[in-house]
Design a protein around this ligand. Structure first.
Ligand code: HEM
Ligand SMILES: [Zn+2]
Length: 179
């Protein structure tokens, strides 16, 4: 993962637990905490930090990854408001992630390991995103969707089936707006 992702994680931990909290996690995870946003660091280091956070807070790693996704959206909005402002709402924004957002991200970070999304049945109030990534971070995707929904002030129901964690070759995330 890019250093920028670790920077966002640090901001989230610092906001809740202060610098001491972040340093404690680095210690536990055996990480030095020196991240350059455009550089790539091992995914295992991020997972170790999440595991350490889970130990400290007693919250399941799964839940923390979801909250991290929600938090990421706020940070992304600060850095890239245009991606959100150009979308007419949640569904339109989600459809733009693979075709526009991550394409632009790749221009900034040419060696970024981004997931791929294919879409089915996009309409004004529902869409299915098929998520594929060797990292199987579908909980992060769920958190990113939740954060995006908060941003647009929209409510939705999510169905996540099939899932790569249950042997499927992709995760199917079906988002339906609640009106
Ligand atoms: C403005 C909005 C967004 C920006 C700027 C953005 C940017 C990024 C960046 C920089 C990474 C890290 C790549 C790396 O470390 O190599 C990433 C990863 C990821 N993004 Fe996005 N993203 C955005 C929105 C979304 C949304 C809405 C979703 C899901 C619905 C999403 C799904 C993911 C996932 C799941 C990953 C983890 C990598 C993986 O699964 O392989 N992103 N994104
Ligand atoms: Zn899944």
């Amino acid at each position: 993962m890019k250093g920028v992702v670790f920077d966002i994680l640090r901001d989230m931990v610092e906001e809740q637990f202060g610098l001491a909290g972040w340093n404690a996690l680095l210690d536990k995870a055996g990480a030095d905490g020196l991240y350059i946003s455009t550089q790539t660091y091992p995914d295992e280091e991020l997972l170790k930090l999440v595991a350490a956070a889970s130990e400290v807070t007693g919250k399941p790693a799964d839940e923390l990854v979801f909250s991290f996704g929600e938090f990421m959206v706020k940070e992304f909005y600060k850095c890239f408001p245009g991606f959100f402002d150009n979308a007419s709402g949640l569904i339109d924004f989600l459809i733009s992630v693979d075709r526009i957002v991550h394409v632009e991200v790749r221009k900034l970070y040419p060696d970024a390991a981004l997931p791929s999304f294919t879409y089915e049945g996009g309409s004004s109030d529902e869409v299915t995103m098929n998520y594929r990534s060797p990292r199987k971070l579908c909980r992060l995707a769920e958190g990113l969707i939740a954060g995006s929904a908060e941003h647009f002030g929209e409510k939705y129901q999510l169905q996540h089936d099939p899932c790569m964690h249950r042997g499927a070759d992709c995760c199917s995330l079906h988002i339906k707006l609640e009106r």
